[in-house]
Design a protein around this ligand. Structure first.
Ligand SMILES: C[S@@+](CC[C@H](N)C(=O)[O-])C[C@H]1O[C@@H](n2cnc3c(N)ncnc32)[C@H](O)[C@@H]1O
Length: 252
């Protein structure tokens, strides 16, 4: 006489990874969707500069969408009100469009195409350059799209290490590299203090609050600026201590 089968119901869920405290890292750790590739330290940088846009009707432009995984991450992070514009040179990327997500096809080195991106976007709150990583591509993208980023928006360029790699047109301290180009922007950021005719405040000076360098990344935060003013409060503690002349504010 055969034995009746013995069946126990069984279900298995893989252990959920503990939260890292960073929603982008958590998304990545659980991600089963479209492929994306990231350097591990990027998540902290994104979250530090992009958190204030979460849940808002912001517009993010990402140059370089690859298989679309990062666009899925931005949707999850920024929420349903965000407008995502993915840009890629690869024609097949059009298939990554969806509700609230547009795809533009073209070459980020081409100034005409960059103007087209700006016109289509209308307003850019967040710009991520993760495209071809060649020097002139990164430089043209910054030159043409930075002025089109909203007054309180953020520019972020990834994989700056290509500035040190010959196959991308890089090389240590080579003047044509993106990293050397960006160092000149540091001068512009400080141009309100210049005493040199060669360095005078311009649109970049007046619209840029800060530049943040990380391993392989540059983030620039925009904010309208007036010439800075030094202010003082309190009374001298040392009666005979003069302020160093180089730091003395110019009093009216
Ligand atoms: C590093 S992948 C992007 C990765 C994606 N952002 C992610 O996080 O998974 C670079 C992408 O840039 C695109 N690309 C390369 N050269 C380009 C160019 N000149 N203009 C626009 N996109 C370009 C490539 O087709 C590729 O999809």
């Amino acid at each position: 006489m055969s034995q009746p089968p013995v069946n126990f119901s069984f279900s298995f869920s893989p252990p959920t990874p503990a939260s890292s405290g960073n929603p982008l890292q958590d998304f990545f750790d659980r991600h089963q969707g479209r492929l994306m590739s990231k350097w591990t330290h990027y998540f902290d940088v994104y979250h530090r500069h992009f958190a204030r846009f979460r849940g808002t009707a912001c517009t993010l432009v990402e140059i370089g969408v690859y298989h679309g995984g990062s666009l899925q991450m931005w949707r999850d992070y920024l929420g349903p009100k965000a407008r995502l514009i993915g840009v890629d040179i690869e024609e097949r990327a059009r298939a990554l469009a969806g509700p609230g997500t547009e795809i533009l096809i073209g070459d980020q080195e081409d100034p005409l195409f960059l103007s087209q991106i700006a016109e289509t976007a209308g307003r850019i709150d967040l710009l991520i350059d993760d495209g071809g990583h060649h020097m002139q591509q990164q430089i043209n993208t910054l030159l043409h799209l930075y002025p089109r980023i909203a007054a309180n928006g953020v520019y972020l360029c990834e994989d700056l290490h290509t500035s040190y790699w010959e196959e991308f047109g890089g090389g240590l301290r080579q003047p044509q590299t993106f990293i050397e180009f960006s160092k000149r922007l540091i001068d512009k950021l400080n141009a309100f203090h210049s005493r040199d005719d060669e360095l005078v405040p311009d649109g970049y000076t007046a619209s840029t609050q800060s530049m943040h360098y990380y391993d392989s990344m540059l983030v620039i935060e925009k904010r309208p600026r007036q010439p800075p003013q030094m202010v003082r409060a309190g009374v001298p503690f040392f009666p005979d201590l003069e302020e160093r002349p180089s730091l003395k504010p110019e009093m009216p």
